[in-house]
Design a binder for this molecule. Structure first.
Ligand code: AFP
Length: 324
């Protein structure tokens, strides 16, 4: 509400949409916290559009987020990692169709669910073009990351945290399960310019370009005066890796490689929302050459290489890669 006052034109709808996502996060968090006790672990028995085996919690999280927003009249279309096509939100009266577009990764790091390692939900919110009415479409989803009005993630880790930005800095809230409310625990998060950690799955080393191998080698061993050697940390849950580096300083890399020439991570509901958060905290995010937020998407599930984190580390990687 305080931030909303910075926008005289605000109607409160965005605040309410963020609050709808908080409700979904509380429900998912409860399920995740009791995962070993209830029948929510393991496979759902279907394959999603990414060709991945859906986990029961993937589907639960997907449905929970969708149900928490689709009856509010605030969104005109939702798109999820778990659905091939965008889901237009039907409204009884076209004049009332929602003005926001929600893209989300319901549960990122699914392969870590059954082994009790931190996982997360990632969301990206765009405004649809003002002239349009009725349910939204793919076109409303294919917007540059720079046009996001809000983005963030929920981390289901040692505590459940919501970290988001609406373009006025990055703020972190911790869920107090005793009152069922997110409390402001980390106002104005700023990411250190130079990071302590580098985070990359080095098992893909042999599939990387020589340029990318040089970048990771420099982060590992240092590079005479240009970058100091860093400590390695890699969880394999994007949200958890990004959050650690956001708080302590670090650079996360998921480069393109010979097996995945476009990289693995999805632009619209993984890279772009996290890039908005990290840039707002003083960091940077690139695909190797250009800012993630300046990429014009052409497909809903398009992938992108990602180098994200502390500003000078990302700049170092960009300059090394530019040398070819
Ligand atoms: P899953 O959702 O299949 O666990 O993938 C997680 C993820 O999309 C992202 O969270 C990780 O950063 C990345 O993939 C891990 O990929 P690798 O297993 O190739 O390191």
């Amino acid at each position: 509400m305080e931030q909303e006052r910075l926008h005289p034109e605000a109607t409160g709808e965005l605040s309410n949409l963020l609050y709808d996502l908080c409700l979904a996060a509380k429900i998912i968090s409860r399920q995740v916290r009791r995962a070993g006790l209830t029948d929510v672990l393991g496979e759902f028995g279907a394959i999603n559009v990414q060709g991945e085996l859906q986990q029961k919690l993937d589907v639960f999280a997907h449905d929970t987020v969708r149900h928490s927003v689709e009856h509010t009249g605030r969104v005109c279309v939702v798109a999820s990692e778990e659905e091939e096509h965008p889901i237009p939100v039907q409204v009884r009266d076209d004049r009332r169709s929602g003005k926001y577009v929600l893209l989300y990764d319901p549960l990122d790091g699914s392969s870590n669910i059954d082994v009790n390692v931190s996982i997360g939900t990632i969301f990206s919110i765009h405004r649809r073009s003002a002239t349009k009415r009725g349910p939204g479409s793919l076109e409303d989803c294919l917007q540059k990351g720079r046009a996001q009005v809000a983005s963030g993630y929920i981390l289901y880790g040692s505590s459940t945290m919501l970290v988001y930005t609406t373009g006025q800095g990055v703020h972190g809230f911790t869920l107090d399960p005793t009152i069922g409310e997110f409390l402001l625990s980390h106002p104005d998060i700023r990411s250190p310019d130079v990071g302590t950690y580098y985070s990359v799955n080095e098992s893909h080393w042999n599939k990387w370009s020589p340029g990318m191998q040089r970048v990771v080698a420099a982060f590992k061993n240092g590079d005479s005066g240009r970058v100091a050697a860093k400590n390695a940390r890699y969880i394999g849950s994007l949200v958890a890796d990004i959050h650690r580096n956001l708080m302590s300083g670090g650079v996360f890399l998921y480069p393109a490689d010979s097996a995945a020439p476009q990289g693995k991570l999805r632009l619209l509901y993984e890279a772009a929302p996290l890039a908005y958060v990290v840039e707002q905290a003083g960091g940077a995010a690139i695909d190797g050459t250009r800012a993630i937020l300046d990429i014009k998407p052409t497909e809903l599930h398009q992938r992108t290489p990602l180098i994200i984190g502390s500003k000078s580390d990302v700049a170092f990687a960009q300059s090394m890669l530019a040398q070819g």
